[in-house]
Write a protein that binds this ligand. Structure first.
Ligand code: AMP
Ligand code: ZN
Ligand code: FE
Ligand code: FE
Length: 291
């Protein structure tokens, strides 16, 4: 069984629409794929419709923008109920922050001499419920200002670069609680990617586990072999589920091909069991996987 639990479609900052993404996942030989767009469940119904046709199991998920102190942390939520009002309200607030940030980034780029409007970005991100910096990068590429999304982030859009603008993210512990109360489970995405090892220490992860966190995404392209070994040991100590995934973004991110990292079947089964328990405890209907 080949299981990839983290992918993005054009509903957020991936480049394939949900149907195409699921089709490509089946073609790549995956048996299970999770659609985890940033902060939205918009792509679920399209993805579900095609999963049956191509014979792949679809896990409904999303990657929620959270913060721990000043640090941004991504929380993968599996099988949450997005109609649970407190979760829906938190996601709306994040999406509002994403939308209002776009004109602010454009204004900063304008000061640097680049004429890009929020309308240009909106047009390019036509299918996206969640707009992000990658959509700004795509307009910059089209205008010939940069060659790749990577270059746009490194020169302009990353924290500390001249067109960076912060946005709202839900406090991590609150996001974990919302996901659990909605009947789903939370797994921290790329916990030690991009310098986060200083923030997410074993002690902090132990506290988060006590607050309902169920797993860590250990096998991810942002982690060195040493980081993976250390995170695997922490997961074992804390009895957290270990996942692995591609974080595929279509052509939007290099070196993140579908299935480049995978989740062990026994870890996947544990995740589903924990989600079923969360759904039972919440009294909410579990959206379930679509096989
Ligand atoms: P935002 O959602 O606006 O905060 O933008 C962050 C997202 O952009 C991340 O979740 C990644 O998917 C993507 N991203 C971050 N850095 C890069 C990069 N160097 N190249 C391409 N995509 C990136
Ligand atoms: Zn992304
Ligand atoms: Fe992420
Ligand atoms: Fe991601």
């Amino acid at each position: 069984m080949r299981i990839d639990l983290h992918t993005h479609s054009s509903v957020s900052d991936g480049t394939d629409d949900p149907r195409t993404l699921v089709r490509k996942a089946a073609e790549a030989g995956l048996d299970v794929v999770a659609l985890t767009d940033h902060d939205t469940a918009e792509g679920w119904s399209e993805a579900t419709a095609v999963a049956a046709e191509v014979g792949i199991t679809l896990v409904r998920g999303m990657e929620i923008s959270t913060r721990l102190g000043a640090a941004g942390v991504h929380l993968l939520a599996y099988l949450p109920d997005p109609t649970y009002a407190p979760l829906a309200a938190a996601l709306d607030k994040i999406l509002d922050g994403r939308n209002s940030r776009v004109p602010a980034i454009c204004a900063k780029l304008g000061e640097l001499g680049f004429e890009i409007t929020a309308a240009d970005v909106r047009r390019g991100a036509a299918a996206a419920a969640a707009t992000g910096r990658p959509h700004v990068a795509d307009v910059m590429i089209a205008a010939g200002m940069v060659a790749t999304r990577d270059e746009a982030f490194e020169r302009f859009l990353n924290p500390g670069r001249p067109a960076y603008v912060n946005r709202y993210a839900v406090p991590l512990a609150e996001a974990i609680a919302l996901v659990s109360a909605s009947g789903g489970v939370g797994v921290i995405a790329h916990p030690w990617g991009r310098g986060r090892s200083r923030v997410l220490s074993e002690d902090t992860l132990a506290d988060l586990r006590d607050q309902g966190l169920v797993g860590l995404e250990v096998d991810h392209q942002d982690h060195s072999p040493e980081a993976r070994d250390a995170l695997r040991a922490i997961a074992r100590n804390l009895d957290l589920v270990v996942t692995g995934s591609s974080d595929h973004h279509g052509t939007g991110k290099i070196d993140h091909e579908l299935g480049c990292n995978t989740t062990a079947p026994e870890e996947y089964e544990r995740l589903l069991d924990l989600a079923a328990q969360a759904a039972a405890a919440s009294g909410r209907p579990a959206p379930g996987v679509f096989a």
